[in-house]
Design a protein around this ligand. Structure first.
Ligand SMILES: Nc1ncnc2c1ncn2[C@@H]1O[C@H](COP(=O)(O)OP(=O)(O)OP(=O)(O)O)[C@@H](O)[C@H]1O
Ligand SMILES: [Mg+2]
Length: 271
């Protein structure tokens, strides 16, 4: 089935997406799924939210529909619209409707970016009704078994959770995501890049020092995603300091003083 963003509804994944849990989030999510509870994932960029949802979709054997929210996203973008094709008018489901029909996990990334009049269409799906009203066709759609709504939001960005109405917020079980503890983060880096464990541990140690620079004005701290990217370059033979420069430091800041401080830390870690 085509959705309004032009993408296809992906079938359940056959291969397990690697996800290393930080705590009880897998079990909590499973219980939410079985109890038809919607889930909100809160945490900084690159800390594993998307990977977690992919893993859970695989584990629960559900298709996954991902929607990136932005402030131009309308209710029609989610639900669907009539399209003119040749001399006919045809209805095309939006990604939310496709997910509701298929009993998919529907993941709305950065939900706070969406306008409130868009977000409210989710309400009837998150309570006992589990219905989606499609005004344009007059259809009242009941969610297929297995349908679950998952949203994410990054608390560091300008728009804050307070921008979501309490009536929206209180519809979601909320799981807090942080960067994994050092030993686990190193394990993730090894699994995702194939570099030596000792080198992964050194990269994680460096990341901790860089994260400490937040007090000195570093707006965005290095995520697990950046560590993985750096490690992948190292794994392909790029010299360590060069890889750190392009994949770890340059994406974080343009400020000469901060870049200098970060470069010093790289040189201390990898003399
Ligand atoms: N717990 C984890 N298990 C396995 N891989 C992880 C984990 N945490 C982070 N990663 C790695 O970090 C990368 C980035 O994670 P992901 O894309 O899930 O971040 P995110 O939280 O969705 O970020 P954003 O808010 O920017 O969308 C993944 O592609 C994966 O390589
Ligand atoms: Mg993501």
């Amino acid at each position: 089935m085509q959705n309004a963003q032009g993408g296809a509804l992906a079938p359940p994944l056959a291969v397990e997406p690697f996800y290393l849990p930080a705590g009880d989030e897998v079990e909590l999510f499973e219980q939410c799924h079985h109890n038809k509870l919607a889930v909100m994932l809160k945490g900084p960029t690159g800390c594993g939210k998307t990977r977690f949802v992919e893993h859970m979709a695989w584990k629960l054997g559900r298709p996954l529909v991902t929607i990136s929210c932005h402030d131009d996203l309308t209710a029609s973008d989610l639900i669907g619209r009539y399209l003119i094709r040749h001399d006919r008018t045809i209805w095309q489901d939006g990604p939310l409707t496709a997910a509701v029909r298929a009993g998919a996990l529907c993941y709305l990334d950065e939900v706070v970016e969406a306008r409130q009049d868009t977000v409210v269409v989710l309400h009837s799906l998150t309570d006992y009704r589990r219905t989606l009203s499609i005004d344009k066709t007059g259809e009242m759609l009941e969610a297929a078994p297995g349908f679950q709504l998952v949203v994410s939001y990054n608390p560091g960005y300008q728009r804050m959770l307070k921008d979501l109405k309490p009536s929206t917020r209180q519809r979601f079980v909320t799981l807090d995501f942080e960067f994994p503890p050092p030993d686990r983060e190193a394990e993730i880096v090894v699994r995702e890049s194939g570099i030596e464990p000792s080198q992964a541990r050194a990269l994680v140690e460096l990341a901790h020092k860089l994260r400490g620079l937040q007090d000195r004005g570093l707006a965005e701290v290095p995520s697990t995603r950046l560590l993985v990217a750096t490690a992948q370059l190292i794994g392909r033979g790029i010299p360590v300091r060069r890889a750190c420069r392009v994949a770890l430091i340059a994406p974080l800041s343009d400020d000469a003083a901060l870049v200098g401080a970060m470069t010093d830390l790289v040189e201390l870690t990898f003399p």
